[in-house]
Ligand binder design. Structure first.
Ligand code: COA
Length: 700
């Protein structure tokens, strides 16, 4: 018997238990084990029914995603054995019952649907999340699910990949019974009840569909999952189930699955899936470094960031003290928090009760009272080094010895902040993204002396706060903003060269960015960059071109959304329209500065902006400011609206081919020699015919 599937008899019922931790994925050996167990059960006259159950924490969480990676890499690993097991299970003359706890996702649900009955504990969830990996169900799921749950429900589940709770699965026909108490005992009892019945086959049921439902799902997919092909393929496959016999529908599914699997979109999304898990593992910080428990937190500052961060802690159930310097600022901060929560209740995201509970966890105050008990203190004051250092010196005198001292700075030197204390090993950067209670990214900035335990605590805390924590080095702008600067620079250059902001943003929106770079700058406030630029003006090299148009807009009092005018004009509901002044200013400035006016193609817009990101990313990587290119990708997917289906900027470069990227960067260098120089790492990897992903293999 396969060591991945165990077989035992309990009276007249054979129990097949899958033992492939951690999530019982259908790795090679598992379908074979199921087939072997089934054969043994069918050959044993005493056996009247079969129960298929997951050992450990779950039923089957799906096909083994590593197998898809192998197919991407050109290794011919068939998924045929899973299909074979699915067919044999349904053909079994003895009833097979899937007993589900944890998750039956993807191939797991497909296996369960090939069984004749499904029972589950109330906490179980089922789903077809393949679209999140850029593919569709490929184990006949798009054909059996509509036959059990109806076409509309099935198409929605396959197109958006959201899980369904056991009770919902019962009411829509996926599940046959919910089991209270012990799952196996309940499944065995159910098996005895049905042991003499003819096993019902999902594939033999009839299903009808309404074209209007499919059309509206396509429209919804265009909105929610813009640019992605798999959701549409999933809807089409389910639609096929409503007009074709089962076998023919399976052929349609197989073709659509194949198209999706070989697409760059599935490569990007699978990279993102594993990437999110990879960044949580820090080389040199193993299980021996235990994270400290964070039971009480304190935040300094109740502004946009401080308030948002306090909400993040409260949402995770951690009591948080929020300090301001004046009653007015404190009241304002608290009012914003209340407004944000009220909006969440209105949108149905949180219940009123949940919000009241969270609000009770936030203690607004003007003093440092109680800060001595905090396990972590997060500083979120104005972005000014002298002020931050003063706050950290004060904290040094107040915080308990084992308190993590975190700064939410987005640009300043963590080591200089840490130097204001006598315990630099306890100081770390926690760079939240605005709005902190919404954005998933948390850049965790390691100072020279930050201890391994403080890093481990921060990574663990990020997960508890439901953030994606990415460890980065201490450099100006850290990983995300440092790369964002040349990206924004190119977008402004393109306008200075006579391309309308709508054209520039439009090309990048089409590329898949959540927002165009100019709209992002308007949202963040053009004055932010203007102030930083004034502070660092002395570092600018004479004769080098810098983006001027944003400065010119600021000098005219146009700071973006906050003043109603920037690269775009905003009405009261913040709807953007074109700002005619921008093109006139660009023309005037270009004439003065000798900048050639030329219309850029969409490809040029995308390449200049995105390759600027990639080139800077390569520098960061070589300097060790990011642990791997995958870390940069996860930063961009979760903090900067980079399309997940492109895998992040570095994966996008790998897929485009580093030679192509390098050649283009060299071409830009010829055109703008003082701005563009290929990063040495990009040059080297391109020459070697290598990829950023292969460079990551040394991540440790
Ligand atoms: N194939 C291969 N590995 C898988 C996997 C799969 N289908 N699902 C999860 N894993 C791995 C993860 O990579 C992780 O590995 P690591 O510990 O080496 O980093 C480990 O299993 C645990 O997963 P994780 O996501 O950290 O655990 P969780 O308890 O938070 O979530 C799931 C469990 C099953 C809900 C979640 O992993 C998931 O959604 N998996 C994908 C399911 C899917 O898409 N199935 C369809 C595939 S066709």
């Amino acid at each position: 018997m396969s060591r991945l599937v165990s077989y035992r008899k309990q009276g007249p019922v054979a129990v097949l238990a899958i033992e492939n931790p951690p999530v019982n994925a259908l790795s090679p050996g598992v379908p074979e084990g199921i087939l072997e167990g089934l054969k043994q059960a069918l050959g044993d006259e005493e056996v009247k029914a079969v129960v298929l159950i997951g050992g450990g924490r779950t039923f089957i969480a799906g096909a083994d995603i590593h197998e898809f990676e192998k197919i991407h890499a050109g290794e011919a690993r068939g998924l045929d054995m899973i299909l074979h097991a699915i067919t044999e299970l349904e053909q079994s003359p003895k009833p097979v019952i899937a007993a589900i706890h944890g998750t039956a996702f993807g191939g797991g649900l497909e296996v369960a649907m090939a069984c004749h009955y499904r029972v589950a504990v109330a906490s179980a969830q089922v789903g077809q999340p393949e679209v999140k990996l850029g593919i569709i169900p490929g184990g006949q799921g798009t054909q059996r699910l509509p036959r059990l749950a109806g076409a509309a429900k099935a198409a929605g589940m396959c197109a958006f990949g959201e899980p369904v709770k056991a009770a919902d699965a019962l009411s829509c026909g996926i599940m046959d019974r919910l089991i209270e108490g012990d799952l196996l005992a309940g499944a065995l009892a159910f098996a005895l009840e049905v042991s003499d019945k003819t096993p019902p086959k999902a594939s033999e049921r009839a299903v009808q569909g309404d074209p209007a439902v499919f059309a509206s799902l396509h429209a919804e997919a265009n909105k929610r999952l813009r640019g992605q092909m798999a959701p549409h393929a999933a809807i089409d496959a389910v639609e096929a189930a409503t007009r074709l016999p089962f076998r023919d529908g399976c052929k349609v599914e197989a073709q659509l699955f194949e198209n999706c699997l070989k697409s760059d979109q599935s490569k990007g999304l699978i990279h993102a899936f594993f990437g999110e898990r990879t960044v949580a593992k820090i080389p040199g910080i193993g299980k021996d470094v235990l994270p400290m428990p964070i039971r009480q937190a304190a935040v300094i500052g109740a502004g946009t960031m401080g308030g948002g961060i306090s909400m993040v802690y409260a949402n995770a159930g951690i009591p948080v003290r929020m300090k301001e310097t004046t009653q007015e600022a404190l009241d304002h901060g608290l009012a914003t928090i209340r407004k944000n929560y009220a909006n969440s209740v209105k949108r149905g995201r949180f219940s009123e009760e949940f919000v009241n509970e969270r609000l009770r966890l936030i203690t607004p105050q003007l003093s440092y009272d109680g800060f001595e008990q905090a396990d972590i203190i997060v500083e979120a004051v104005f972005e000014n080094m002298a002020l931050k250092q003063q706050v950290f010196t004060e904290l040094d005198g107040i915080a308990k010895p084992d308190c993590v001292l975190a700064s939410n700075t987005s640009t300043l030197d963590i080591d200089a902040i840490a130097a204001a204390t006598r315990r630099p090993e306890w100081v770390i950067g926690h760079h939240f993204f605005s709005p902190a209670n919404v954005m998933r990214l948390l850049e965790i900035v390691r100072g020279k002396q930050t201890s391994r335990q403080v890093i481990a605590t921060s990574m663990d805390l990020a997960r508890k706060l439901r953030k994606v924590g990415v460890l980065v080095g201490n450099c100006r702008g850290f990983a995300g903003n440092r790369m964002f600067a040349p990206y924004c620079r190119e977008s402004v250059f393109l306008v200075e060269e006579g391309n309308a902001p709508e054209r520039v943003d439009g090309a990048l929106y089409e590329f898949g960015m959540a927002m165009g770079p100019l709209a992002v700058q308007d949202l963040a406030g053009l004055d932010v960059g203007w102030r930083i630029r004034k502070e660092f003006r002395h570092l600018e090299k004479p004769g080098v071109r810098y983006a001027e148009l944003d400065t010119m807009l600021c000098e005219r009092g146009h700071y973006g959304q906050k003043t109603g005018r920037g690269f775009f004009v905003y009405d009261e509901s913040r709807k953007a329209s074109s700002n005619p002044e921008v093109m006139a200013l660009a023309k005037e400035y270009a004439a003065k500065a000798g900048i050639e006016q030329r219309a850029a193609s969409n490809d040029e817009i995308i390449e200049r902006c995105v390759y600027a990101l990639i080139n800077e990313g390569a520098r960061l990587l070589e300097e060790g400011m990011a642990l791997g290119s995958v870390d940069i990708d996860i930063v961009y997917l979760n903090g900067y609206g980079f399309p997940a289906w492109r895998g992040g900027p570095m994966k996008y470069a790998d897929l485009a081919g580093l030679k192509k990227v390098h050649n283009k960067v060299c071409e830009f260098q010829r055109r703008f020699p003082d701005i563009w120089q290929p990063a040495p790492l990009l040059e080297r990897l391109a020459e070697e015919g290598a990829t950023f992903s292969s460079y990551d293999k040394s991540r440790g």
